[in-house]
Design a protein around this ligand. Structure first.
Ligand code: ATP
Length: 229
């Protein structure tokens, strides 16, 4: 479903003015892999994803998608190259219907020169959206908003999907549905990098986990090595 490519991040540093927020992060996400980034409030998880996606510009280091160097590109060009960021809190357009929100993802795929997947295929991954297509974003539940932002990203046919705390604010049963969808996407060859504060959701999901502390990778490896069994 996607053009497969490995995301490579080397020595990524980021700043807010004079204050350093990332101190040289290295990580790799291969097609079909689910990589988790764990860390407390303020550890730098959001900054990491925003720096990779080019939304946060005050940064240095290497960010590559396959052989393509992304670091000098604009956020828009990075999105067109195949990397989608789903921000914390599931941004959807409140005044637009679910169908209209999804159309934005399709447009991005076309701007990238690829044909978006069929809407039906995406609705199979997110069945909760199927009977909400005519409903305005403002009227969706938190879980439906999260599904919609993921579905929109999927319609843009990304090779790499970055998800910032996808479980934030969701009831456990809804969060589980979101993570089931994440697993399906990985099965389709999408490379997934997601942040979480709570290791619970990454157990049995993430192939590799990075523990971020004060902007540095304190530990990385399989879940049991990083946070204990
Ligand atoms: P959370 O779980 O709360 O989202 P996080 O792990 O995503 O936390 P970041 O939001 O990336 O952490 O923050 C990393 C560091 O950068 C923190 O010290 C934070 O105070 C600082 N920071 C984040 N955003 C800004 C900003 N807009 N201006 C200045 N400092 C910032």
């Amino acid at each position: 479903m996607t053009a497969e490519a490995t995301l490579t991040v080397e020595d990524l540093k980021a700043w807010y003015g004079q204050a350093r927020a990332l101190f040289g992060v290295d990580l790799t996400v291969r097609p079909g892999q689910i990589v988790g980034v764990l860390g407390h409030n303020g550890a730098g998880k959001t900054t990491l994803l925003r720096s990779i996606a080019g939304v946060h510009r005050s940064r240095s280091g290497t960010v590559r998608l396959g052989e393509t160097d992304l670091r000098a590109k604009s956020a828009d060009a990075i999105a067109r190259a195949g990397l989608s960021l789903v921000r914390e809190g599931a941004r959807v357009f409140d005044s637009m219907t679910v169908t209209q929100n999804l159309a934005l993802g399709r447009q991005l795929a076309r701007r990238r020169g690829t044909e978006p997947p069929a809407l039906e295929t995406v609705l199979d991954v997110f069945p909760a959206l199927r009977d909400r297509l005519g409903v305005k974003g403002a009227l969706l539940s938190g879980g439906q908003r999260q599904m919609l932002s993921l579905a929109r990203a999927l319609l843009s046919r990304p090779s790499v999907l970055l998800l910032d705390e996808p479980s934030a604010g969701l009831a456990p049963v809804v969060a589980k549905e979101v993570f089931d969808a994440v697993r399906t996407l990985a099965g389709d060859g999408v490379a997934l990098l997601l942040t979480e504060q709570n290791p619970h959701w990454l157990r049995g999901l993430a192939d590799t986990v990075y523990l971020l502390e004060s902007g540095k990778v304190a530990r990385s490896g399989v879940m049991e090595e990083v946070v204990g069994g």
